[in-house]
Design a protein around this ligand. Sequence first.
Ligand code: ZN
Length: 308
Amino acid sequence: MKRLTIVTGAVGILALAGLSWYSYNQIQRNKDIIREKKEEMERNKQITTPTADSSEIVAAPPPVTNSNSELTPSLAPPQPKETIDIDWNSPSYLTAQMPAKSIALTLDDGPSKKYTEQVLDILKQHQIQATFFLVGYRVKENCPLVNRIVREGHTLGNHTYFHPKLTKLNREEQKEEIEITQTEIKKCADKLPRWFRAPYGAQNETTLQVAGEVGLNTALWTVDTNDWRKTATSKSIADEVLKSQGQDIVIMHDATDANPKLKSPESSDTRQNTVEALKEIIPQLKKRGFKFVTLDEAFLSPSKPEVK
Ligand SMILES: [Zn+2]
């Protein structure tokens, strides 16, 4: 019996050691990719002359001088903010700016070959536009799809590179996630998103500051379809959206989990229900006189020049 306990214990320790070694390697690999991306960005900065875009990417907070550092934070003048943050504390105030009977469909976690193409086909068929929050590493894998999204008039959003929980990362790491995704999208589609959405809606004050420094507006959502859950059906997804009276931002997903390490046991391995739900939602809302808007159309003044 004693021997069995020792053997079981030893096996347990070995398994734990193996697991830690695996996680350690995963973390190292991610860090390596971020480092490579950062070096690539530095190289690009050196060889290109500053333009309106690059100044937006690298816009840093003003340097702290000696005279400033004597000020207590509460006496420092507030930093003017040019971007807007649509979070859960003030959605009605901001979404009230949307045209009456308008709805913004947003699709997170793509692009994916399996679902993004189908979603684009449906949107094209009904001649409406949506907003796509893209995951950086998937942009790299599916660049032609990003170009199709742009070509068909949809709005692009940044949804981080590895889809982490940003609230677990420090300021520098959060900024890296956002910046390398901007760079990847710019490289692929020659266009910079003006919107950011935090994965899982997990954001803190640092996230909002960092996104603002990169020149990004942030948007969470007001209608959660829960389309990622195993329990979701095309009907449950459609019903949630069809309850809307307008002036809503709807979250849906055109790809399966972007970060396998954070995948919930509740999460489904398909997003086909989302595709099927869209086929119901769009004609029904159109019949009720709804207008489909992108986040650009809903919140950014057309006079503000587009970042290209
Ligand atoms: Zn996501």
